[in-house]
Design a protein around this ligand. Sequence first.
Ligand code: FEO
Length: 394
Amino acid sequence: MKPIEIAQGIFDVGVNDWNISDFHGYSTPFGTSYNAFLILDEKTTLIDTVKSEFSDQLINNISSIIDPKKIDYVISNHTEMDHSGGLPRVMHRIGEEKQIFCSKMGVKNLSRHFSQKLNLRAVENGEELSLGARTLTFLETRMLHWPDSMFTYAKEDKILFSSDAFGQHYAGFEKFDDVVGHIIMPHAKKYFANILLLYSPLILKLVEKVTELGLEFNMICPDHGIIWRKDPAKIINAYVQWSKQEAEKKAVIVYDTMWHSTEKMADAIASGLAEQGVKVRPMHLRKFHRSDIMTEVLDARAIIVGSPTLNNGLFPTISDFLTYMKGLKPLNKIGAAFGSYGWSGESVKLINNVFKEMKFEVIDPGLKIQYVPDNEGIEACYQLGTKIGNAITG
Ligand code: FEO
């Protein structure tokens, strides 16, 4: 991807990663981008780098604008290696004595990642750095998404370089919200649900802090996906809404099945819910990726999990999903469990145990049916759906 001048003297010199389809367990069928930004000023500055295998592409992009040796400063907003992996190669190219500005945790974490000596300089929250005509302000954003994370704000241009926040895993030549259009929001939602959901309370505090500071944004430049320039408020408002975790009248039924019995139960529960006016998404775990299911969980009020009992335990895909969902800490959910069994039937109890750990409101002991559900069993499933539907709409 050729560099794009996103504002006068500021270039996106990042790269598209078209072929990544799994980003540490998150499905990325549209690939992703690693955005990095070059600011031309009296002190030429590079904000973030890219994944290590794209280092040469980054250096070529910079070289098409200036001699990389002319870079004076590097800012590392975040240590995770999709943004810092290219740092050693870049430093080797631009001069290893050049200063790298990062948070205090950034100093520790970058030192733990790379064996070569880096000229790291910790910045304080709110500290300013003059580049000449421009001033950069650093804002600590611990845990968004790592302890070292920070934002860099270009004061005169009113541009926020927001690292992971407000990003999307999306590779494309359409680099701006007004060019790509509305199709970007589902990608931003999936990114939030799978990367940032557990930090929702911190996001709300951060937005409050930014509002207090009276910061204005002409542009928000995340390190993944498109740049928000037409309507930066749109993604900020979406983050506030998602962070509040106010659910819709919606239920997700997540299940797996061995001989279609648990699937029949899922269908009947779904009918009961739909009858109560609830939007319902039955999702078979071997047909949908866990990260797509989490996107649906984000704004659902009820999460209904169904597992056959296999070898006295849960079906493996269900264990995987429950572990994943538990880590992302969704709040304010109703939980209900169901499943078919042959002779021991532990699955419902095991799912309920996880719900309790996650502080879900378990509104029913759950439903287990031996072998194949008969008409009576199907009716019991329908009634369970109705009960959950009433709890959602009531
Ligand atoms: Fe895109 Fe937390 O790295």
